[in-house]
Ligand binder design. Sequence first.
Ligand code: AVI
Length: 320
Amino acid sequence: MTVSQTSTLSAFAQDVLDGLSQEKRRLSSKWFYDSRGSELFKQIMSCPEYYLTEAEAEIYRHSAASLYEATEGQPFDLIELGAGDGTKTQLLIERFLAAGAQFTYRPIDLSASALSDLGKLIKLRWPRLEFNPIQADYFEALDRLGSSTGSRLRVVLFPGANIGNFSPTEAIGMLRNVRNFLRPGDLLFTGFDLKKDPAVVLAAYNDPAGYTAAFNLNLLSRINRELGGDFKLDCWRHWETYDPVTGAARSFLLPIEPQTIVLSEVQRSFQFRAWEPIQVEISQKYTLREIEGIADASGFDFLRHYCDGRAYFTDSLWQV
Ligand code: AVI
């Protein structure tokens, strides 16, 4: 393939080619979420070992009143970055409405079907709640919001430890970008997974039912399907590591024997030694102090942490 041909490649193809060409091979976890990947992620979230979902739901239940207090009773836009099925957010919405809050719900997601399902659900449960979704990636959506919401207070939710899928440096860059779309007084409520017993972290990303392994391997199936790849899934193994010093949990896929992988749609091939890893995800864990440092480095004032009872997870409230 010539260089000029590569300019017509899809973002997925380009990212896969770039990632597999590096000496330390990597694929971005942002490509996990095709329809099969989204199904598998739901299964992961229902695994008892994947403590993150229930920990954050517990936090949403007990922090709603205090979060509403932080708005000082002003009308606001509740903007959710990466809404998914909005299950946890409904815990906040029901409590905000019971407290008499006046707000518009503005979920942002790349998936039109996720937003439409969410819209139906919201309409059924709260027909009078103003639901105003944005189908776009985070920054395009924030850009659009910048010119559309007048002077109302903004309360931005960034749930689910999604920030953990960025490295700490990338996370600061991402949060600085969010900060640039906000105005003085606006609030940001972000989920962070906390450093803890390494055995607990490893179990969350290595569930005995094998959903996490299937979730990661599904990325190879996606490459096979969309780029004409010939990955043989039973020749690859899921491997999870956790470094308690840096707090990085990393997921790798490794071939059990040497492989030559052909991607026929893009006319490229890649050779792998036996057990040569491809990093497919980082899930970064933090201490409370480190999170306060990130708030500061990205231009926010840290207000407070809301932790679950086991101190496994925090949603951290910051203000511009
Ligand atoms: C979406 N994200 C926060 C999940 C995580 O914990 O990093 C994705 C995930 N990967 C494996 N299990 C869950």
